[in-house]
Design a protein around this ligand. Structure first.
Ligand code: AHM
Ligand code: MG
Length: 330
């Protein structure tokens, strides 16, 4: 039963989709997220909102909080004996479980702090995660273990560190939103069965990349901007948070379409957003809430990854708008 006000722990206990070990793994992620929420909230007091003076595997400047959030995740998750290995946006190779801890039956991929260009301006950032089964039998952990389609995810979620800290979770039976109650330090169910309206008049895209877009996206956005005077005969509104967690949360609450499409500037790297720990978990959540998620050419969850930090074009959100833009690609 999904009763508003129940803790995430109670919610998982009542679900027939999770066993005790998966439930414990999810709870451990939420514990790490509470710690990250605290770091984000106190970052200027702690003096850690700036650059770490290091570059990650993506060639991006790491913020101190990127590194600290990654450490919090790795520390909590290494010790629970439930994981076989991990992949993080901030670490080039697969992260092995130290030999001092036992290994377990799951794999996890995460972006410890998504949208981190927003840290020093006090806008929403978040943590995204995706959980998979590890291969059975005694085997040596390898990159290949992670190269599965998004369809094989058994759980995906994200936390948004905004005015409230929220956890959005799917275990393959709908999408549930929990709000962190700072008095009890519990995530409590506030948004049961989240569902995305099929229609929307709100789009999200980084307009500064317009001159690099391909024709289908040019056409779609031009039609939105023409509004009531154009072929769509309705006005659209635009949002861009530069924080995927905030954009996906907004779409879960009131619908919308979010795009980080392929463009000439990023064509060589295959897109901007990463498949394993950004696009796949968000696609699982969006589909579970009745939305659609596509690269423009194919369903994101059907893409077989070639590498753990692979990038992909992303178009997701309200069904009718995503379907329309996908049809412009055909
Ligand atoms: P990050 O994981 O390094 O923060 O990058 C991902 C973020 C997404 O949250 C957001 O949609 C996008 O990058 C914003 O990119 P841009 O700054 O090009 O608008
Ligand atoms: Mg990210």
């Amino acid at each position: 039963m999904t009763v508003k006000g129940q803790s995430v722990q109670q919610f998982l206990q009542n679900s027939d989709k999770v066993n005790a070990s998966l439930s414990q793994l999810i709870i451990t992620v939420t514990t790490a997220c509470k710690e990250i929420a605290d770091l984000v909230e106190r970052s200027s007091i702690l003096g850690v909102e700036g650059l770490a003076n290091s570059i990650n595997v993506q060639g991006e400047d790491q913020k101190q909080l990127d590194v600290m959030s990654n450490d919090v995740m790795v520390e909590h998750l290494s010790a629970i004996g439930l994981l076989d290995a991990m992949v993080s946006e901030e670490i080039e190779d697969v992260i092995d479980i130290p030999s001092s801890y036992s290994k377990g039956e799951y794999l996890i991929c995460f972006d410890p702090l998504d949208g981190s260009s927003n840290i020093d301006i006090n806008l929403s950032v978040g943590t995204i995660f995706s959980i998979l089964h590890a291969p059975k039998n005694n085997h040596k952990t390898s990159v290949d273990d992670f190269l599965k389609t998004g369809e094989e995810q058994i759980c995906a979620g994200f936390c948004v560190y905004g005015p409230s800290t929220m956890l959005i979770l799917t275990i393959g039976a709908g999408v549930f939103g929990f709000t962190l109650d700072k008095e009890s330090s519990e995530f409590v169910l506030t948004h049961p069965d989240m569902s995305i309206p099929e229609n929307t008049a709100e789009f999200a895209i980084n307009m500064s990349n317009q001159r690099y877009w391909e024709p289908p996206v040019q056409r779609y956005i031009a039609e939105c901007i023409a509004g009531i005077d154009g072929s769509r005969e309705k006005n659209f509104n635009m949002r861009w948070n530069a924080s995927m967690v905030a954009e996906v949360y907004r779409i879960l609450v009131r619908g919308g379409i979010f795009m980080y499409p392929i463009d000439k500037k990023i064509a060589q790297q295959g897109g901007k957003l990463r498949l394993l720990y950004e696009a796949n978990p968000m696609s699982f959540i969006i589909e579970q809430a009745g939305g659609v998620s596509s690269s423009g050419k194919q369903r994101i969850m059907a893409i077989k990854p070639d590498s753990i930090h692979q990038r992909v074009p992303v178009i997701l959100g309200s069904k009718n708008e995503v379907d329309r833009l996908v049809s412009y690609h055909q």
